[in-house]
Structure formats: structure tokens, C-alpha cells
Ligand binder design. Structure first.
Ligand code: F3S
Length: 657
């Protein structure tokens, strides 16, 4: 196996300088402290501790001695504070960071609004802000830059490890917002050079090993970049974490390391990989993994088509996507995430590329059967998720197993389109179970029926005539609608839907409508309930006696014809009858001879009976009234005309005399 070390790997200039300064300071007598970890590498921090150099988080923790400021730097206030406490100060701030700090101070002193491009919480950025007297805005992304308000005079400084491409884009966005912009490009090339060296190496090897602290931002970034090239990448802190399975059938391995990784750790990793016979270790690591066994492992990587699981045998196993779950609609990330502890079934000790081949689906199934057998015994209601529609029913995920619900067992009624259930959660009971045939038959219908029966009994015991209940319209017929009022259906007859005459029930209600209904009649023996909807509205006939008077003429509309006359709507819900003998001033054989449906007519009220909801009307009498009125008007006009002529003559006579 060929092992290649990246051209730039490990300590950068600034970190090496800081660690060297710390080690030198530690050789002097007295107490020595670093303010914060000197670098993000636990092994280096431990090594310094062994040399008497202790990490503190605050100057208050130091009584006397030497304080070392790490490569990220600190603000002027902290330096002054350390001097006031009479501590010996070793300033290991990286010269590139120092330059950024000084640029921020210069811009602030010159009256620029200072913008620092970088991560707000990073100690380096915080130290640069402090040198601008705390008067600086930190911008982490292009979006944040675009959201800035218009400015007059802006000075920009970069976090030293920033990607040049990101910095350029953000500077352009700020330039579009500010009348004057001064840019201080304080980016250090060390990070960029290390990243590009790692990326190009990753593209030419089978496996990449990234060495460095798990909490080091730059090492994590390095590992992510290598992984994005498509090469299998492992991030280790020390050589002991290397696993033989990673190198099975591997010809070329690349090693890189973050800026905070010391040479001796890189060297150790390199040596370990050269010295160890990985093939032998791999064979040994497989001892104890029995085919068919179920073991617990930790998810270490979730890919699009597979999941890597550390099963504690110095070798990671692979679960192919189709072995993750019985539900093929799910993506690997829907099922597991890195760090999850899961049980896996060993399919093969050596599968693809030599990795143990594992199955979560089969481990779940084994456990699932045990659980399902218990549930079946207890006849428990179980929640299942519908995976797919198959011929004759639905396939569901029940405790990691495939169960079947026949189409006839889904609802209490016939269902035409089963596809609407895919992805839905249903509550079911087990109808049939046969582990040897891997057969689980389920029913939602039995659950629904049992619930409906309970609800029906409850409703029947609660219901009384005159009660108003909330109901759901289940189906429509020509003569009305059946309304579910709690597990039991009552009939809402068309005549009880509205005070106005209703021809078609669909004009008033639709299937699925939730409506309040009044229980009009109840026959518990025959299980028959009559419901009313119009009773929810005020009865217009109550007002009829006040609104209409016998002998008065009103406007109405012919709404229907019968052999014996015509019905006239005086208002919605109030229809009166014109008997055929009252339709005209002559003998009428059929109403159609004189009126048509929809015609506006003037009618005289000849009889009112609100109790029986009856009003008798007459066109004949209305017309007679009208003629009489016209005649009276004519006579009145004649009399007025005669009087007027006489008066005029008299006036004329008087005038002449
Ligand atoms: Fe300094 Fe650049 Fe390293 S800023 S600390 S030399 S990455």
C-alpha cells in the first residue's frame, strides 16, 4: 500500500511559532499559562501541560507568572490587563493576525465604519473587533453583506483563514452599498494552500486520512473538502484510531493534517500505517462476527446509497440502502443519522470491497416479529405506515416488517383509490400471523367498526327528541341526506332542509358537510332517527300574521303550477296558493292558460292560516280591486275636471261683470 503525505500538512507558520514560544516560555522557572488552548489539538495541549504550561480561560485564574497569548491574538484591553497584573506577557499572536488587528485599528482611527468578514464567534475575529475599539460589524456571508444599510466610508478586514473567493464576493456587495471603501486583504495563504494540496491528493488516492483535533475547525473543513471529492475519507486525532478495514484492498492512501496538528502526530500516523499488516489485522478483527448474528453498532457515515456502521470489531460494516428499511420510499438520512446506535444483522463477514455486509432491516425484522407476536396475543391496536399499494390492498411497515391490509379491510365502506393511503399512518389490528411464511394480515376496518359501535351505543343512550347535535353528511338521495350524528345515521328529509321548498337536497348540503341538526323523531327499536335542519333557522311563518293582511295586495312570483291552481312565493319560505277559480276574471280550465312559472304577479290575500302554513291568494280579486281603483281614479278625475270648468266659468263671469 502506497502512503502519500500532502505537500502542505500540519502546523502552519503562525501555529508553529506559537507552540515554539509556549515551549520556550515553559522552560523558564515560574508558572506559565496559555489564555485559551494554545491550539485546537488535545494532544499538544496535554503535552504542554506535562511541561507545566496550563490552560486558563480568564486572567482572573492567574496569580503570578507568565501568560501566553495564542496565535488567534487578544484585544488591547487584555494585554493591558495582563501588564497591570504584573504578569510576564508572551504574545504568540500570529503576525498575519496581528496585521489584521492593526488594519482594523487604523481604519477605525481614520473614521471608517469597520467591517470584519469572518465568523463572529471565532477568537481571532473577536480579537480584531477589540482592536477596532469594539466598534466593528462582523459579516459572515454574502447574504449578511447584502442586508447591510447604505454607508459612507467603509473599511474592510478579513479573517485570516477566509476563502479568497468568499471575500471577493462580500467586498463587491459592500462596495455597492458604500460611497468609499478601503479593503485590507488580510487573508493568509497557508489555509488555502493546505486545502488545495489536500484536495488534489484526495483525487488521486483510494482513501484519505485527515489527522487533527475533532474540534478543530480547520481540520474538520479539510476532512469535508476531501470527502467532497468522492474519496472515502476518515478523520482521526491519533494513530490508534486507524482501522484495518479502511485499507482492505486499498492501493494508495493519502494523509493530510490540519494547521493545528503537530508533526509528531502526523509522523505517528504515517509510521503506524507503514508498519502494520492491515490484512492480518483485518482478518483478526473479523473473528467474533458470526454470520446471522445481531450486533449493536454506531452509525459513522450516511451516504446516498449506503450507511457505514462501526460494529466495534476494528472494522466498519456497510448497510446497503435496500437493507436499511422495508420502506423503500425512505432515504438513508430519514432512517439513521451519524452517532445513532443501531442493531444490525451480519449478512456476510466480507461483502463489497471487503467490508462486513450488514442489514438493519433484518435486525429490525427479527425484533419486530417478537414484538408483533406479543401484540397479537394482546390483540392490541398498532400504528403502521402505508408503504405502497399492491394488487388487492396495501403494504405497511409494521415494526420493521411488511404487513398486508386487504382492500376490503381498509374502511367500513368501499374505497376506489388506494393510492391516497401511501405515507399515511393507520391504526390496525392483526387478523392473521404466520412467521414461517412471513405473513402478517391486518385490518383497519375492525378498529373502525369497533369504535363506531361504541360511539353508536353512546349516541343512542344520549339522544332525545328535540336535541340539537352536530352531524356530518354521509350520503345524499333524491329525498334527503343521511347524516352521521356520532356513529349513527339519521335521515334529514328534503322537506326538513329549509323553510323554502327544496327540489334537490344537493342545493342545501354536500357529502362531508358538518351541520347542526335537530332530532325530530326517534325510534330506538327500529333504529330510525328523523332530523331537521330548517329548525336551526327562525320559522318565517311566525311573522306571517304581522306581515300580511287579508284584503291587501302584494307582489309575488309564480313558483309552480298544479291542476287546482298556482303557487306563488311571497318571500323565501312563504308560498301561497291561487286556486284555479281565482286565477282570472273568466273561467280557467288549466292554470297554464293564464300564468307561467317565473311570472311576477299581483295577488290579493284572501285567507291566512299560519298554523297550517297556508295563505290563500287571488289574482282575480286583485285585478277587480285594480279595476275598481282605476274606475275610482277616473271618476275622481272627471269630477275634478267638471269642477275646474265651473270654477273657471265662475271666475270668468266674475271678471266680466
Ligand atoms: Fe497565522 Fe495563517 Fe497560521 S494566519 S496562524 S499562519 S493559518
Amino acid at each position: 500500500m502506497e502512503i502519500i503525505l500532502a505537500e502542505q500538512a500540519g502546523f502552519c507558520y503562525g501555529v508553529k511559532r506559537a507552540v515554539d514560544l509556549a515551549e520556550q516560555a515553559g522552560t523558564h522557572s515560574g508558572f506559565t499559562y496559555t489564555l485559551g488552548p494554545i491550539i485546537h489539538n488535545p494532544q499538544v495541549v496535554d503535552r504542554l501541560l506535562k511541561r507545566g504550561i496550563k490552560k486558563v480561560d480568564d486572567l482572573d485564574e492567574i496569580q503570578e507568572g507568565t501568560v501566553i497569548f495564542r496565535s488567534h491574538g487578544v484585544g488591547p484591553q487584555i494585554i493591558e490587563d495582563a501588564h497591570t497584573r504584573q504578569l510576564t506577557v508572551v504574545d504568540a499572536t500570529c503576525p498575519f493576525v496581528k496585521r489584521a488587528q492593526m488594519d482594523a485599528k487604523m481604519l477605525h482611527d481614520a473614521g471608517y465604519s469597520v467591517i470584519i468578514v469572518g465568523e463572529k464567534d471565532h477568537p481571532e475575529v473577536q480579537s480584531i473587533v477589540a482592536w477596532a475599539d469594539g466598534d466593528a460589524v462582523v459579516v459572515a456571508s454574502l447574504n449578511e453583506a447584502q442586508a447591510l444599510p447604505p454607508m459612507l466610508k467603509t473599511g474592510i478586514v478579513a479573517q485570516t483563514t477566509l476563502a479568497a473567493r468568499d471575500f471577493t464576493a462580500i467586498v463587491e456587495a459592500i462596495q455597492a452599498k458604500s460611497a468609499e471603501v478601503k479593503v485590507c486583504d488580510t487573508i493568509c495563504n497557508a489555509t488555502h494552500d493546505r486545502l488545495s494540496a489536500a484536495e488534489s491528493l484526495a483525487k488521486h488516492v483510494d482513501v484519505m486520512i485527515v489527522v487533527g483535533g475533532k474540534h478543530s475547525a480547520n481540520t474538520t473543513r479539510l476532512a469535508r473538502l476531501c470527502s467532497e471529492t468522492g474519496t472515502l475519507t476518515y478523520h482521526v486525532e491519533i494513530a490508534k484510531e486507524l482501522k484495518p478495514a479502511w485499507f482492505k484492498n486499498v492501493r494508495r492512501v493519502g494523509i493530510t493534517a490540519g494547521a493545528s496538528t503537530p508533526d509528531w502526530i502526523i509522523e505517528e500516523v504515517f509510521q503506524t500505517m507503514q508498519d502494520i499488516d492491515f490484512s492480518k489485522m483485518f482478518e483478526e478483527s473479523l473473528k467474533g462476527i458470526d454470520r446471522g448474528a445481531i450486533v449493536t453498532g454506531t452509525v459513522v457515515q450516511v451516504g446516498r446509497d449506503e450507511v457505514f456502521v462501526d460494529i466495534g470489531y476494528k472494522s466498519e460494516g456497510i448497510i446497503p440502502r435496500n437493507e436499511l428499511s422495508v420502506d423503500s420510499n425512505l432515504q438513508p438520512e430519514d432512517i439513521v443519522k451519524v452517532g445513532d446506535e443501531i442493531e444490525v444483522y451480519i449478512i456476510k463477514q466480507e461483502g463489497k470491497d471487503g467490508y462486513p455486509l450488514l442489514s438493519k432491516k433484518r435486525a429490525d425484522a427479527r425484533k419486530g416479529w417478537e414484538k408483533i407476536e406479543e401484540l397479537a396475543k394482546a390483540n392490541t391496536i398498532i400504528s403502521v405506515t402505508v408503504i405502497e399499494v399492491v394488487k388487492g390492498g396495501l403494504v405497511v411497515n409494521i415494526n420493521g416488517l411488511r404487513g398486508f391490509i386487504p382492500a376490503s379491510q381498509i374502511e367500513r365502506r368501499f374505497v376506489a383509490d388506494l393510492s391516497v393511503y401511501v405515507g399515511q399512518e393507520l391504526r390496525v389490528r392483526i387478523l392473521e400471523l404466520d412467521r414461517s411464511k412471513n405473513k402478517i394480515v391486518l385490518s383497519q376496518k375492525v378498529v373502525l367498526e369497533a369504535e363506531a359501535n361504541i360511539s353508536k351505543e353512546q349516541t343512542m343512550s344520549d339522544i332525545v327528541e328535540g336535541q340539537v347535535r352536530q352531524g356530518v353528511v354521509r350520503r345524499l338521495t333524491d329525498y334527503g341526506a343521511f347524516v352521521d350524528i356520532g356513529g349513527i345515521e339519521g335521515l334529514l328529509h328534503v322537506s326538513e332542509m329549509s323553510w323554502a321548498r327544496v327540489k334537490d337536497p344537493a342545493m342545501i348540503v354536500s357529502v362531508g358537510d358538518e351541520i347542526p341538526v335537530k332530532v325530530l323523531k326517534l325510534d330506538k327499536e327500529a333504529n330510525r332517527i328523523s332530523l331537521g335542519l330548517k329548525q336551526m333557522q327562525p320559522d318565517p311563518w311566525v311573522e306571517v300574521i304581522n306581515k300580511y293582511q287579508v284584503g291587501q295586495i302584494y307582489q309575488g312570483k309564480i313558483v309552480r303550477l298544479a291542476k287546482f291552481g298556482a303557487f306563488v312565493a311571497l318571500e323565501p319560505g312563504i308560498d301561497g296558493l291561487i286556486h284555479i277559480s281565482h286565477l282570472a276574471n273568466r273561467r280557467v280550465l288549466q292554470p297554464e292558460e293564464v300564468v307561467t312559472v317565473g311570472q311576477d304577479v299581483k295577488v290579493k290575500v284572501i285567507d291566512i292560516n299560519p298554523a297550517e302554513h297556508r295563505i290563500g291568494l287571488s289574482i282575480r280579486e286583485a285585478e277587480q280591486e285594480q279595476e275598481k281603483a282605476q274606475y275610482r281614479a277616473y271618476i275622481d278625475q272627471q269630477e275634478d275636471t267638471d269642477g275646474m270648468v265651473g270654477d273657471t266659468s265662475a271666475e270668468l263671469g266674475e271678471g266680466q261683470g
